[in-house]
Design a protein around this ligand. Structure first.
Ligand code: AHR
Length: 324
Protein backbone atom coordinates (compact mmCIF):
# COMPACT_ATOMS: atom_id res chain seq x y z
CA UNK A 1 0.00 0.00 0.00
CA UNK A 2 2.85 2.35 0.96
CA UNK A 3 4.34 1.92 -2.48
CA UNK A 4 1.13 3.04 -4.19
CA UNK A 5 0.71 6.23 -2.20
CA UNK A 6 3.28 8.42 -4.00
CA UNK A 7 1.92 7.36 -7.39
CA UNK A 8 -1.66 8.16 -6.39
CA UNK A 9 -0.58 11.44 -4.84
CA UNK A 10 1.32 12.43 -7.97
CA UNK A 11 -1.61 11.52 -10.19
CA UNK A 12 -3.95 13.69 -8.07
CA UNK A 13 -1.37 16.46 -8.09
CA UNK A 14 -1.06 16.25 -11.84
CA UNK A 15 -4.82 16.30 -12.38
CA UNK A 16 -5.34 19.25 -10.03
CA UNK A 17 -2.50 21.18 -11.68
CA UNK A 18 -3.93 20.63 -15.12
CA UNK A 19 -7.48 21.49 -13.92
CA UNK A 20 -9.35 23.00 -16.88
CA UNK A 21 -6.41 22.65 -19.28
CA UNK A 22 -7.33 19.19 -20.55
CA UNK A 23 -4.57 17.83 -22.76
CA UNK A 24 -5.94 16.44 -25.99
CA UNK A 25 -4.19 13.64 -27.92
CA UNK A 26 -3.72 15.93 -30.90
CA UNK A 27 -1.72 18.46 -28.92
CA UNK A 28 1.95 17.72 -28.83
CA UNK A 29 3.00 17.92 -25.21
CA UNK A 30 6.76 17.93 -25.49
CA UNK A 31 7.94 18.74 -21.96
CA UNK A 32 6.67 18.46 -18.40
CA UNK A 33 7.35 21.72 -16.55
CA UNK A 34 6.88 22.33 -12.85
CA UNK A 35 5.97 25.96 -12.12
CA UNK A 36 6.07 27.16 -8.52
CA UNK A 37 4.65 30.65 -7.94
CA UNK A 38 5.36 32.51 -4.70
CA UNK A 39 1.85 33.80 -3.94
CA UNK A 40 -1.18 35.86 -4.98
CA UNK A 41 -0.54 39.06 -3.03
CA UNK A 42 -1.30 41.48 -5.88
CA UNK A 43 -3.12 41.86 -9.18
CA UNK A 44 0.35 42.12 -10.63
CA UNK A 45 1.21 38.68 -9.27
CA UNK A 46 -2.00 37.13 -10.64
CA UNK A 47 -1.21 38.47 -14.10
CA UNK A 48 2.36 37.16 -13.76
CA UNK A 49 1.03 33.67 -13.00
CA UNK A 50 -1.51 33.73 -15.85
CA UNK A 51 1.07 34.96 -18.32
CA UNK A 52 3.51 32.14 -17.51
CA UNK A 53 0.90 29.38 -17.33
CA UNK A 54 -0.79 30.43 -20.57
CA UNK A 55 2.45 30.53 -22.56
CA UNK A 56 3.83 27.30 -21.13
CA UNK A 57 0.57 25.39 -21.54
CA UNK A 58 0.60 26.09 -25.29
CA UNK A 59 3.27 23.42 -25.85
CA UNK A 60 3.91 21.64 -22.56
CA UNK A 61 2.34 19.88 -19.63
CA UNK A 62 2.47 22.28 -16.70
CA UNK A 63 2.31 21.26 -13.06
CA UNK A 64 1.41 24.48 -11.23
CA UNK A 65 1.78 25.16 -7.52
CA UNK A 66 1.08 28.34 -5.51
CA UNK A 67 3.31 28.84 -2.44
CA UNK A 68 0.90 31.30 -0.74
CA UNK A 69 3.85 33.44 0.40
CA UNK A 70 5.33 30.56 2.41
CA UNK A 71 8.87 29.51 1.54
CA UNK A 72 8.58 26.06 3.17
CA UNK A 73 5.57 25.37 1.01
CA UNK A 74 7.42 26.46 -2.12
CA UNK A 75 10.34 24.20 -1.21
CA UNK A 76 7.92 21.31 -0.77
CA UNK A 77 6.39 22.07 -4.18
CA UNK A 78 9.81 21.98 -5.81
CA UNK A 79 10.53 18.64 -4.10
CA UNK A 80 7.30 17.29 -5.55
CA UNK A 81 8.39 18.38 -9.03
CA UNK A 82 11.70 16.58 -8.48
CA UNK A 83 9.88 13.42 -7.39
CA UNK A 84 7.73 13.67 -10.48
CA UNK A 85 10.93 13.93 -12.59
CA UNK A 86 9.78 16.98 -14.53
CA UNK A 87 11.93 18.16 -17.46
CA UNK A 88 12.30 21.70 -16.12
CA UNK A 89 11.47 23.64 -12.97
CA UNK A 90 10.39 27.29 -13.24
CA UNK A 91 9.99 29.14 -10.00
CA UNK A 92 9.47 32.64 -8.69
CA UNK A 93 11.11 32.77 -5.28
CA UNK A 94 9.38 34.49 -2.39
CA UNK A 95 12.69 35.62 -0.90
CA UNK A 96 16.40 35.56 -1.69
CA UNK A 97 17.91 33.14 0.80
CA UNK A 98 17.28 29.49 1.69
CA UNK A 99 17.05 27.81 -1.73
CA UNK A 100 20.45 26.14 -2.01
CA UNK A 101 19.56 22.71 -0.49
CA UNK A 102 16.46 22.12 -2.64
CA UNK A 103 18.19 23.37 -5.78
CA UNK A 104 21.04 20.95 -5.08
CA UNK A 105 18.44 18.18 -5.03
CA UNK A 106 17.17 19.37 -8.42
CA UNK A 107 20.70 19.42 -9.78
CA UNK A 108 21.39 15.89 -8.50
CA UNK A 109 18.22 14.81 -10.32
CA UNK A 110 19.56 16.58 -13.46
CA UNK A 111 16.54 18.90 -13.62
CA UNK A 112 17.37 22.40 -14.93
CA UNK A 113 15.87 25.37 -13.07
CA UNK A 114 14.82 28.80 -14.32
CA UNK A 115 14.28 31.63 -11.82
CA UNK A 116 11.65 34.24 -12.68
CA UNK A 117 10.92 37.68 -11.18
CA UNK A 118 12.79 37.92 -7.83
CA UNK A 119 16.43 36.83 -7.52
CA UNK A 120 17.97 34.15 -5.32
CA UNK A 121 21.15 34.21 -3.32
CA UNK A 122 23.15 30.98 -3.78
CA UNK A 123 26.89 30.35 -3.59
CA UNK A 124 26.79 27.82 -6.46
CA UNK A 125 25.65 29.68 -9.58
CA UNK A 126 25.33 26.42 -11.52
CA UNK A 127 22.16 25.64 -9.52
CA UNK A 128 20.05 27.54 -12.03
CA UNK A 129 20.17 28.13 -15.76
CA UNK A 130 19.06 31.74 -15.95
CA UNK A 131 17.08 34.49 -14.26
CA UNK A 132 14.26 36.22 -16.15
CA UNK A 133 12.72 39.40 -14.82
CA UNK A 134 12.57 43.16 -14.66
CA UNK A 135 15.46 45.40 -13.61
CA UNK A 136 14.25 46.36 -10.15
CA UNK A 137 17.14 48.79 -9.79
CA UNK A 138 16.13 50.60 -12.99
CA UNK A 139 12.58 50.85 -11.62
CA UNK A 140 13.95 52.55 -8.50
CA UNK A 141 16.11 54.83 -10.67
CA UNK A 142 13.04 55.85 -12.69
CA UNK A 143 11.02 56.67 -9.57
CA UNK A 144 13.93 58.74 -8.21
CA UNK A 145 14.36 60.54 -11.52
CA UNK A 146 10.71 61.60 -11.50
CA UNK A 147 11.12 63.05 -8.00
CA UNK A 148 14.37 64.85 -8.94
CA UNK A 149 12.79 66.38 -12.05
CA UNK A 150 9.63 67.33 -10.19
CA UNK A 151 11.52 69.30 -7.53
CA UNK A 152 14.25 70.69 -9.82
CA UNK A 153 12.37 73.98 -10.22
CA UNK A 154 10.93 74.07 -6.69
CA UNK A 155 12.76 76.29 -4.24
CA UNK A 156 12.62 74.34 -1.04
CA UNK A 157 15.54 73.70 1.34
CA UNK A 158 14.51 70.13 2.32
CA UNK A 159 12.54 67.44 0.57
CA UNK A 160 11.30 64.74 2.93
CA UNK A 161 10.57 61.35 1.44
CA UNK A 162 8.65 58.52 3.08
CA UNK A 163 9.40 55.10 1.59
CA UNK A 164 6.81 52.33 1.74
CA UNK A 165 8.97 49.32 0.92
CA UNK A 166 7.98 45.74 0.04
CA UNK A 167 8.87 42.46 1.73
CA UNK A 168 12.32 42.64 3.38
CA UNK A 169 15.11 40.32 2.11
CA UNK A 170 13.74 40.27 -1.42
CA UNK A 171 15.53 41.66 -4.45
CA UNK A 172 12.77 44.04 -5.61
CA UNK A 173 12.78 45.67 -2.17
CA UNK A 174 16.56 46.00 -1.92
CA UNK A 175 17.10 47.08 -5.51
CA UNK A 176 14.14 49.50 -5.67
CA UNK A 177 15.55 51.18 -2.57
CA UNK A 178 19.08 51.28 -4.04
CA UNK A 179 17.96 52.54 -7.45
CA UNK A 180 15.81 55.30 -5.97
CA UNK A 181 18.52 56.35 -3.54
CA UNK A 182 21.10 56.44 -6.32
CA UNK A 183 19.09 58.99 -8.32
CA UNK A 184 17.80 61.23 -5.52
CA UNK A 185 21.21 61.45 -3.84
CA UNK A 186 22.32 63.79 -6.64
CA UNK A 187 20.12 66.45 -5.01
CA UNK A 188 21.31 67.00 -1.45
CA UNK A 189 17.96 68.47 -0.38
CA UNK A 190 16.36 65.04 -0.61
CA UNK A 191 16.23 62.62 2.28
CA UNK A 192 14.35 59.37 2.90
CA UNK A 193 13.26 60.19 6.44
CA UNK A 194 11.59 56.84 7.15
CA UNK A 195 11.12 53.43 5.56
CA UNK A 196 8.03 51.35 6.33
CA UNK A 197 7.61 47.71 5.24
CA UNK A 198 4.24 46.70 3.80
CA UNK A 199 5.34 43.31 2.35
CA UNK A 200 3.68 44.17 -1.03
CA UNK A 201 0.26 43.68 0.59
CA UNK A 202 -2.52 46.31 0.45
CA UNK A 203 -3.75 45.79 4.03
CA UNK A 204 -0.23 45.90 5.45
CA UNK A 205 0.50 49.09 3.48
CA UNK A 206 -2.62 50.67 4.95
CA UNK A 207 -1.77 49.58 8.50
CA UNK A 208 1.81 50.83 8.25
CA UNK A 209 0.68 54.17 6.88
CA UNK A 210 -2.02 54.56 9.54
CA UNK A 211 0.52 53.91 12.30
CA UNK A 212 2.92 56.40 10.73
CA UNK A 213 0.22 59.07 10.49
CA UNK A 214 -0.71 58.53 14.14
CA UNK A 215 2.87 58.94 15.33
CA UNK A 216 4.16 61.67 12.95
CA UNK A 217 3.17 64.92 11.34
CA UNK A 218 2.41 63.68 7.84
CA UNK A 219 2.26 67.26 6.52
CA UNK A 220 6.09 67.35 6.75
CA UNK A 221 6.33 64.61 4.10
CA UNK A 222 6.75 65.83 0.50
CA UNK A 223 6.98 62.49 -1.28
CA UNK A 224 5.60 58.99 -0.75
CA UNK A 225 7.68 56.42 -2.65
CA UNK A 226 5.79 53.10 -2.61
CA UNK A 227 7.29 49.84 -3.91
CA UNK A 228 4.00 48.54 -5.30
CA UNK A 229 0.50 49.58 -6.31
CA UNK A 230 -1.32 47.38 -3.78
CA UNK A 231 0.46 49.10 -0.86
CA UNK A 232 -0.17 52.47 -2.52
CA UNK A 233 -3.92 51.74 -2.52
CA UNK A 234 -3.63 50.99 1.21
CA UNK A 235 -1.65 54.18 1.85
CA UNK A 236 -4.21 56.25 -0.08
CA UNK A 237 -6.97 54.84 2.12
CA UNK A 238 -4.99 55.84 5.22
CA UNK A 239 -4.41 59.34 3.80
CA UNK A 240 -8.18 59.80 3.32
CA UNK A 241 -8.45 60.22 7.09
CA UNK A 242 -6.16 63.29 6.96
CA UNK A 243 -6.55 66.64 5.24
CA UNK A 244 -3.61 65.89 2.93
CA UNK A 245 -4.60 65.85 -0.75
CA UNK A 246 -2.71 63.00 -2.48
CA UNK A 247 -1.03 64.04 -5.70
CA UNK A 248 -1.07 67.71 -4.62
CA UNK A 249 0.14 68.08 -1.03
CA UNK A 250 2.20 64.92 -1.30
CA UNK A 251 3.85 63.62 -4.47
CA UNK A 252 3.16 59.91 -4.90
CA UNK A 253 5.40 57.56 -6.86
CA UNK A 254 4.32 53.93 -7.15
CA UNK A 255 5.56 50.80 -8.94
CA UNK A 256 3.74 48.13 -11.04
CA UNK A 257 1.24 50.05 -13.26
CA UNK A 258 -1.90 48.04 -12.55
CA UNK A 259 -4.98 49.31 -14.39
CA UNK A 260 -6.51 50.55 -11.13
CA UNK A 261 -3.40 52.67 -10.43
CA UNK A 262 -3.37 54.13 -13.93
CA UNK A 263 -6.92 55.33 -13.17
CA UNK A 264 -5.58 57.07 -10.06
CA UNK A 265 -2.83 58.64 -12.15
CA UNK A 266 -5.41 59.97 -14.60
CA UNK A 267 -7.43 61.31 -11.65
CA UNK A 268 -4.32 63.12 -10.32
CA UNK A 269 -4.24 61.15 -7.06
CA UNK A 270 -0.78 59.77 -7.80
CA UNK A 271 1.95 61.49 -9.81
CA UNK A 272 4.19 58.80 -11.26
CA UNK A 273 3.62 55.12 -12.01
CA UNK A 274 6.73 53.09 -12.77
CA UNK A 275 5.91 49.99 -14.77
CA UNK A 276 6.94 46.56 -13.53
CA UNK A 277 6.21 44.18 -16.39
CA UNK A 278 4.36 41.02 -15.22
CA UNK A 279 4.08 39.52 -18.72
CA UNK A 280 6.93 37.07 -18.28
CA UNK A 281 5.30 34.12 -20.07
CA UNK A 282 6.73 34.63 -23.54
CA UNK A 283 10.24 35.17 -22.17
CA UNK A 284 10.05 32.00 -20.08
CA UNK A 285 8.69 29.83 -22.91
CA UNK A 286 11.27 31.23 -25.31
CA UNK A 287 14.14 30.59 -22.87
CA UNK A 288 12.99 26.99 -22.32
CA UNK A 289 12.77 26.37 -26.05
CA UNK A 290 16.23 27.82 -26.64
CA UNK A 291 17.70 25.95 -23.70
CA UNK A 292 16.55 22.55 -24.91
CA UNK A 293 17.63 23.32 -28.47
CA UNK A 294 21.08 24.49 -27.38
CA UNK A 295 24.24 22.38 -27.83
CA UNK A 296 26.02 24.50 -25.29
CA UNK A 297 23.74 24.48 -22.25
CA UNK A 298 26.55 25.39 -19.85
CA UNK A 299 26.90 28.81 -21.48
CA UNK A 300 23.24 29.76 -21.55
CA UNK A 301 22.64 33.51 -20.99
CA UNK A 302 22.52 34.15 -17.22
CA UNK A 303 20.17 37.15 -17.10
CA UNK A 304 17.19 38.01 -19.29
CA UNK A 305 15.68 41.46 -18.73
CA UNK A 306 12.12 42.40 -19.63
CA UNK A 307 11.32 45.83 -21.10
CA UNK A 308 9.47 48.39 -18.95
CA UNK A 309 8.58 52.06 -18.96
CA UNK A 310 7.22 54.85 -16.75
CA UNK A 311 3.97 56.85 -16.78
CA UNK A 312 3.20 60.34 -15.50
CA UNK A 313 1.14 63.38 -16.49
CA UNK A 314 3.46 63.83 -19.51
CA UNK A 315 2.36 60.67 -21.37
CA UNK A 316 -1.18 59.96 -20.17
CA UNK A 317 -2.43 59.63 -23.75
CA UNK A 318 0.21 57.02 -24.62
CA UNK A 319 -0.42 54.48 -21.87
CA UNK A 320 -1.01 51.07 -23.46
CA UNK A 321 -4.05 49.06 -22.33
CA UNK A 322 -3.18 47.20 -19.16
CA UNK A 323 -4.03 43.55 -18.72
CA UNK A 324 -3.65 43.51 -14.97
O1 AHR B 1 8.45 40.84 -7.21
C1 AHR B 1 7.70 41.79 -7.89
C2 AHR B 1 6.75 42.49 -6.98
O2 AHR B 1 6.01 41.54 -6.26
C3 AHR B 1 5.73 43.36 -7.68
O3 AHR B 1 6.10 44.69 -7.79
C4 AHR B 1 4.62 43.26 -6.70
O4 AHR B 1 3.40 43.78 -7.06
C5 AHR B 1 4.63 41.85 -6.36
O5 AHR B 1 3.90 41.54 -5.27
Amino acid sequence: MKKFFPAIFLLLFFLSACNSAVISDEEQQSLVIGFSQSGTESKWRKRHTDSIRTELEKNNQVLYRNGYMNQERQIQDIRTFIAYKVDMIVFTPLQEDGWEPVLKEAKQAAIPVIIVDRHINVSDQSLYVTHIGPSFKAEGNRGGLYVSNHFSTVEQPEINILELAGLPDTSPTTLRTDGFQETISRDNRMEVVDTLYGDYIRMKGKEQMEKYIEAHDISTIDVLYSHNDEMTHGALEALKKTDIVPGEDIVIVTIDAQEDMIEKLRAGEVNCVVECNPNAGWFVANAIERYFASDNKEDFVREIYMFETVFSETNLDKIPTRNY
